[in-house]
Ligand binder design. Sequence first.
Ligand code: NAI
Length: 268
Amino acid sequence: MLHNLLQEKKGIIFGALDEHSIAWQAARSIKAAGGNFVLTNTPIALRLGKLNQLAEECQATIISADATVVADLENLLEQAMTVLGGKIDFILHSIGMSPNVRKQRSYGDLNYDWFLKTLDISALSFHKILQTAEKLDAMNEWGSIVALSYIAAQRTFPDYSDMAEAKAMLESIARSYGYRFAKNKKVRVNTISQSPTHTTAGSGVPGFDKFYEYAERMSPLGNASAEDCANYIVLMFSDLSRMVTMQNLMHDGGFSSVGITEQIVDTL
Ligand code: NAI
């Protein structure tokens, strides 16, 4: 199905931790579509995760980088261009973490140093990647850059806490930088707003299982899986979507357009 869609395309994939990660599935689909890439994650994730396994499967090089550190990103982009033999066609930002969510601080009792960390890791890192790529002139024309978001950017889901603000900022950065990158280099920038998905980050949200089940019943097609998301990412990196930029693209089985469903009514 994905045959050759990304033939000759080179990229960087942030955020594969284990086989549940959306980025892990994306790497597999991108490889199946003919793309080549460098895999990256933080030094600690490289120690604790299973990235070597994925790198072997996809014949990809791993370059460690903390996406909040600009010097790491400069090194990553420069090394990636060397390893891949030229400029980059696609970048996937699949990064999210909130210390407040992880340590179960309530929204009325947030630790503000942690809040800033949430924003830095989950949103500002996207700007840092975009700005570093532009400054290093690392992107090919018609390249495509995607970050993963969640509908809590638009609607309140109480347990999502300060990640909601991070996602709102992430989507705003995609619009603002998308404008600039389109004008300067014909590079497109989008976010994909994904259904709840069983991953390390997803399952860290309190009450995730109920949350997942609710979304499943509220989505006419059901929740989109990580594999579905991976295929959508392939589409967004391919030339078939070349005029799409500055968008937040809902990938949620219809959830965002539904008021209520029979399955929810039946439970009341
Ligand atoms: P995951 O836990 O597998 O991936 C999160 C990744 O972020 C990990 O690989 C982690 O090492 C990386 N990361 C954390 N801090 C970093 C830093 N400073 N620099 C570089 N990488 C860093 O979980 P998942 O779900 O695959 O998350 C990927 C993206 O998808 C996140 O943006 C998440 O918010 C988003 N998303 C997830 C949903 C879900 O229900 N799982 C739903 C909608 C969006």
